[in-house]
Design a protein. Sequence first.
Lengths: 114, 115
Amino acid sequence: AQSVTQPDIHITVSEGASLELRCNYSYGATPYLFWYVQSPGQGLQLLLKYFSGDTLVQGIKGFEAEFKRSQSSFNLRKPSVHWSDAAEYFCAVGGAFGNEKLTFGTGTRLTIIP
Amino acid sequence: GAVVSQHPSWVICKSGTSVKIECRSLDFQATTMFWYRQFPKQSLMLMATSNEGSKATYEQGVEKDKFLINHASLTLSTLTVTSAHPEDSSFYICSAIGQGADEQYFGPGTRLTVT
């Protein structure tokens, strides 16, 4: 069965500081990996996705993520956070076909302090 | 980019009544739609997968007679919560994907409050 673990429930970062959100996955085949962001009361916005190829993936809003097969990880990073980055972040894993269901992690809530 | 809408965005209903939530793909044909449920400060849990013209496939533990899903066209899927109870109060999110596509597009969600 596929699963996603986001070990950090809540992270607080100073504005301008760097950020890394952790994600570990379990999947029996080649995974499709995603990071989504959710602002309060809002739906999900895709930040980036990894299917194959270059293991360092660039996304929107200055985010990037690195796929490490040996560690079953797909950590999200940003060099300098902005106050508007405060939100809930979800890592998700899906199958080789886009119409397969996604399994989400429990999310990491990001708080930005001035 | 692909847009998915949900209606209503927020609904309050009385216990025992039924409520219907619509999910529409506005600029593409969605061969598959997914319905998720999200409890406060928790992750999204998949409820069911629906393919156009077919019966929905429900995840284990989801009551199919309580959460009726219809995907009658390539742009519309509906979730009807029947005989709603306060424990059904939640944030319901749909997503849609087109034929051959590799990315689900999410709607903005519907907050259901059952009193």
